[in-house]
Design a protein around this ligand. Sequence first.
Ligand code: CP
Ligand code: NVA
Length: 308
Amino acid sequence: MNHFTDIHTTDAADLRSMIDLAVSMKAARAGRPKGEPDDDQPLAGRIAALIFEKPSTRTRVSFDVGVRQMGGGTLVLSGSEMQLGHGESIADTARVLSRYVDLVMIRTFEESALRELAENATVPVINGLTNQSHPCQILADVMTFEERRGSIAGKKVVWTGDGNNVCASFLHAAGQFGFDMVFAGPPELDPSPDAMGFARRKGAGVSIERDIRKAVEDADLVVADTWVSMHDNQSTRERRHNLLRPYQVNAEVMEAAGEDALFMHCLPAHREEEVTGEVMDGPRSVIFDEAENRLHAQKAIMRWCLNV
Ligand code: CP
Ligand code: NVA
């Protein structure tokens, strides 16, 4: 069995095989009703616990539907309603859940909680977002890019705004899939030096450009995310908005990027803040393909975890 805790700690060839599997599984059930089972039922007889310590729409629904399509059952749990939220240790929770279920997906706060869960579970653990990373999202994003443009290797991806958890996973992917990243945001919100260091050590080009219009020149992909993440203190909202306003992705920015550049956002988005509605709904936006591909990518991740 394998844990899927991060892009940079997963073998690059395994990441590639997960995307290939996701693409073929997506094609195999194209056009079918969502509740119809897949032809193969690799999760038959298995149960997955999906634990949420933060809100979620996409992760919650896509994991739940994905497990069901593959023949398994799900338990969707909120951290605050479990003993986990009332003093039981993560390690003991991991040991107990391993006696009941075959796989655990968790959305939590600190990466250290995810690691403790994985270290003490005897079933696979999947990272459904932490304060530091969001690997399932980025696997789906690489799949989405490649559906439109072919191999992402050697391409230029521009991250705009806050150098946050999703940005860190994009940097990890730059190292693993061999593409270049430019960060366009304020110095106060630069990405994690560890994530930038990983990408550079793997040979990816990583640079910082404070002028968003310069940053996006010749971009293959422009990416935005919320200016205030779930783990950010809400009292920093006004300061963050003031710092990030110059980094809004709007029609002018997409014009500077050139006509081949795609636009991505992991969602949920705040229209007219980090991105305008015009760009979100425009012809180069692939945001709803990204959301759909969470389902297919995560089905492949779960099969890899369980080796089925
Ligand atoms: N992109 C993403 O993970 O969305 P949710 O917060 O709705 O799960
Ligand atoms: N950076 C955002 C992503 C949400 C899917 C957050 O952590 O809130």
